[in-house]
Ligand binder design. Structure first.
Ligand code: S3P
Length: 207
């Protein structure tokens, strides 16, 4: 696994696969998986939908920023953030400085397909969800690009192939200092290289 104390933060639009891929990635890296939306719901005692309905989006964003601040202060997490978490400047700074940020970039068509029957995402309860997704992609694209250390196209539907892709990119950034990561990607290759690497050295910080 990666340095066990290091964090991985997944960002991207709704329906880009953050939760599914995050869970699989955490398992592979033996890290704890946390979903920021679930944490907001647990703290509030209400669903995201109800929070939007009763308190409005601004209040939800404040709750979201509090959760991002607190969760990014922890160690050893794979964190799936809500699609709009990157709208908050302070959250972007916390994400960028407290872990490796992986942007899962998905096409509008695939997001539309994955969210088509979804009633739990208030922002998509509109007559024209495609137009809304396009608008969100336009607005937020620059923020995702700004905060990301690594960008992964999630066009391929296979979760494991996306996870392998992320692991390979993480490895490319920090090859020698994280032998356990090699084991997660390719056990045989790792056997040949681990002896040369320092097992618990601090990983190089991504730029
Ligand atoms: C939102 C995304 C949702 C959730 C809320 C708002 C957004 O999270 O936080 O509905 O603004 O894009 P997911 O990206 O996990 O669906």
């Amino acid at each position: 696994m990666l340095n066990p104390t290091s964090n991985i933060f997944l960002v991207g639009l709704m329906g880009s696969g953050k939760t599914t891929i995050g869970r699989a990635l955490a398992k592979k890296l033996n890290k704890r998986f946390v979903d920021a939306d679930h944490e907001i719901e647990a703290r509030t005692g209400a669903s995201i939908r109800l929070i939007f309905e009763i308190e409005g989006e601004a209040s939800f964003r404040q709750r979201e920023a509090d959760v991002i601040r607190d969760l990014t202060a922890q160690e050893g997490l794979v964190l799936a953030t809500g699609g709009g978490a990157i709208l908050n400047e302070q959250s972007r700074a916390f994400l960028r400085s407290r872990g490796t940020v992986v942007y899962l970039r998905a096409s509008v068509a695939s997001i539309l397909q994955r969210t088509s029957h979804d009633k739990s995402r208030p922002l998509l309860q509109t007559a024209d969800p495609k137009a809304r997704i396009e608008e969100l992609a336009r607005e937020r694209g620059p923020y995702y690009d700004e905060v990301a250390h690594i960008t992964i196209e999630t066009g391929r539907p296979n979760v494991q192939s996306v996870v392998q892709n992320i692991l390979a990119r993480l490895e490319a950034q920090t090859p020698a200092s994280q032998p356990d990561l090699l084991t997660a990607i390719n056990p045989e290759a790792a056997d040949q290289t681990t002896s040369a690497a320092a097992p618990h050295s601090t990983p190089a910080q991504p730029t």
